[in-house]
Design a protein around this ligand. Structure first.
Ligand code: NAD
Length: 266
């Protein structure tokens, strides 16, 4: 037995979309450290090469780069095929790729709204479609984890596409979970609050803005990528074997309505 074959995700094959930075990159490093083979996705292969070099060696086989745009049907189908063929199977699909565009809602364009929905909703559905087809045709059990957001629940003015897309993720999870539970295929989401990633550099790296933002979070701090990876690992593991159709909020209490911390309403 090699050192890695005793690790928590040894011999598991895991595809992570949107892995070139932020939460997806951390998840890839995390699952590789725990012995998994990971297929890492982003639009361009060269953005993934530095990460590939940093990944711990899997317990068996090799890691894969599967580059392609999650908002383009042909790319998603090819990426899924490359992962399934390259690994000879798939245990966990992590749909993490996501984006947002800021705009007052009265000015939102058809193009921008659809661009957000294409990555955050359609791309997720297309990835899930390929994984589900594979698992059903091969009579295998499977596990899908979608990276949602607190904005699945909390409105996000000026980000209508993002709010709509993450709201949709909640029902995608519940619908797929119900449709496939009988086959041993679980579908869940993690819903991060404010996490320290490059997209939040503007406030996490500025002490004044940090304090202004942190006071809206009951735990008074943003989350670390590691805390999202931990939640994904729980949903990917046998410790969550009876859990499906759920969204696990990992948000330091953000969805508990921080404004109600002091009693102002009665
Ligand atoms: P990020 O912008 O740092 O990383 C996003 C990743 O997705 C990148 O690797 C990017 O290349 C990839 N990506 C974007 N569009 C893509 C496409 N069309 N095809 C393939 N890859 C694409 O973002 P992040 O903060 O790490 O967020 C990851 C996920 O977590 C997203 O779904 C986001 O909505 C969600 N989330 C993040 C936060 C946060 O505070 N960072 C909070 C809630 C939810």
């Amino acid at each position: 037995m090699t050192e890695n074959s005793s690790k928590r995700f040894a011999n598991k094959k895991i595809l992570i979309t949107g892995a070139s930075q932020g939460i997806g990159e951390d998840a890839a490093l995390y699952f590789a450290r725990e012995g998994a083979q990971v297929a890492i996705n982003a639009r361009k292969a060269e953005k993934l090469e530095p990460l590939l070099k940093k990944l711990a060696k899997p317990a068996a086989g090799e890691h894969l780069i599967v580059a392609g745009d999650m908002s383009v049907e042909e790319d998603v189908d090819r990426v899924m095929k490359e992962a399934l063929d390259g690994f000879g199977g798939l245990d966990v699909l992590i749909c993490n790729a996501g984006m947002q565009i800021e705009c007052p809602s009265e000015d939102i364009t058809f193009k921008d709204f659809n661009a957000v929905m294409a990555v955050n909703v359609t791309g997720v559905v297309l990835c899930a479609r390929a994984a589900l087809k594979y698992w059903r045709e091969n009579e295998r059990e499977g596990n899908i984890i979608i990276n949602s957001s607190v904005h699945q629940q909390v409105p996000k003015p000026h980000y209508l596409g993002y709010s709509a897309s993450k709201g949709a993720v909640g029902n995608i999870v519940r619908t797929l979970a119900l449709e496939y539970a009988r086959y041993g295929i679980r579908v869940n989401a993690v819903a991060p609050g404010a996490i320290v990633t490059p997209i939040n550099d503007a406030w996490t790296k500025d002490p004044e803005k940090y304090d202004a933002t942190a006071k809206h979070i009951p735990m008074r701090r943003p989350g670390e990528c590691r805390e999202i990876s931990d939640a994904m690992a729980f949903l990917a593991s046998k410790e969550s074997s009876y859990i499906t159709g759920q969204t696990l909020f990992v948000d330091g209490g953000l969805t508990l309505y921080a404004d109600f911390e002091q009693n102002w309403s009665s």
